[in-house]
Write a protein that binds this ligand. Structure first.
Ligand code: SF4
Ligand code: SF4
Length: 361
């Protein structure tokens, strides 16, 4: 049984509590009580007491976006994510995970990633223009496939700043999606360790992680799993802010007012809320949504979009009116899955942070 004593302690407390249901992006759009942390805790507490773990329960476990809003909201310090991840391991071991999860796992195992090779001509051309090796590695992550125009803008920004950098011609998957699906299993650690070996072999002194998913993996999971990256790892917003503060990049301010959707991996898991805001404020006026920063409501980003895009569509549509209510003329986000989710809503223009900065550079 992968559900451990700490999980049992957490679920026995969460199952009597409703206090985080108003921040759960999935529960808010489905209206299904089972999607909140409390009900999921109740189900897992039953499994821990010997009840049959059914496929219906496993489906609910996979409907969590792992966004961490419940954890941030919890006044009593409980964190539903570890028991949710362990319940995923348990579901896979018991062969009751939803079919769409097994399909996605098969794809990742067969192709090495959920996204496939980079095919965007403009991005391939930018990558080809870079040196084979450099002191700084720009790790594109899933931005390369999900929002190649953002990756192009990121490369142009670093070129303009005069950074000696390169992009791996054959980048490994950082392992974030695999870890989200299988939980903290040894297979997830091995997947990440294999990626780390390729990144270390590149020999960069600094790794700039463009995608928040990769940044979170490198700075949190790799360290917790004892996987070493022999480089200083920086998030893209923090790195570019450093370039701006050193005078290597300058931005021209416009009259626009924009709002910013914090990706939960950056804001909650890496506590990075100010670097993107400092960059945006160099280019435009910023009007934040009511719940922002570490309290931001997810718009459906993360791994859940790979297997339950129907939920992502609903979450983005629920979040967009909050962006519109700020009076801003545009939403900026620093994460390719947030970008695609919000863009698909179509009621307010959406730009990635990279493209927005490049347009003001
Ligand atoms: S995480 Fe905290 S607020 Fe949410 S259900 Fe558990 S105890 Fe309640
Ligand atoms: S992690 Fe997010 S989606 Fe999952 S229960 Fe908590 S608030 Fe809801």
């Amino acid at each position: 049984m992968y559900i451990n004593d700490q999980d049992k302690h957490t679920v026995d407390n969460c199952r009597f509590c409703f206090m985080c249901r108003h921040v759960c992006p999935v529960g808010m759009v489905t209206g299904n009580e089972a999607n909140n942390a409390r009900a999921r805790a109740e189900l897992i507490s039953m499994v821990a007491r010997g009840f049959n773990y059914t496929a219906d329960m496993a489906e609910v476990v996979y409907e969590c976006a792992l966004c961490g809003a419940c954890t941030t909201q919890c006044c009593t310090g409980f964190d539903p994510l570890p028991f949710t991840k362990n319940a995923r391991m348990e579901a896979l071991a018991a062969d009751i995970a939803p079919a769409y999860i097994n399909d996605l796992l098969d794809k990742i195992e067969a192709e090495g990633s959920a996204y496939g090779p980079v095919t965007d001509e403009a991005l391939l051309s930018e990558i080809a223009s870079l040196p084979e090796k450099a002191e700084t590695l720009l790790f594109l992550g899933n931005t390369a496939s999900l929002a190649p125009e953002s990756a192009v803008a990121a490369i142009k920004l670093l070129k303009k700043a005069g950074v000696d950098f390169a992009v791996m011609k054959s980048e490994p998957d950082c392992g974030m999606d695999f870890a989200d699906i299988v939980g903290p299993a040894e297979e997830a650690r091995q997947f990440a360790a294999a990626a780390s070996e390729k990144i270390n072999a590149f020999g960069a002194k600094t790794v700039v992680a463009l995608s928040p998913d990769s940044a979170k993996m490198f700075l949190r999971e790799y360290r917790e799993w004892g996987i070493e990256l022999n480089a200083d790892v920086r998030t893209f917003p923090a790195y570019v802010l450093g370039l701006m503060n050193e005078g290597k990049l300058t931005f021209t301010a416009s009259e626009e007012t924009v709002t910013y959707q914090d990706p939960f991996r950056l804001a909650r898991e890496l506590h990075e809320t100010e670097a993107p805001r400092a960059l945006i404020k160099a280019c435009a006026a910023l009007k934040d949504m009511y719940r922002h920063g570490e309290e931001a409501i997810s718009c459906g980003e993360g791994t859940i979009g790979l297997y339950r895009p129907d939920l992502t569509v609903l979450m983005a549509a629920r979040r967009m009116p909050e962006a519109i209510s700020t009076g801003a003329s545009m939403v900026i986000t620093a994460c390719p899955t947030s970008y695609n989710a919000l863009k698909a809503v179509g009621t307010l223009p959406v730009k990635s942070l990279e493209v927005f900065l490049w347009e003001h550079c």
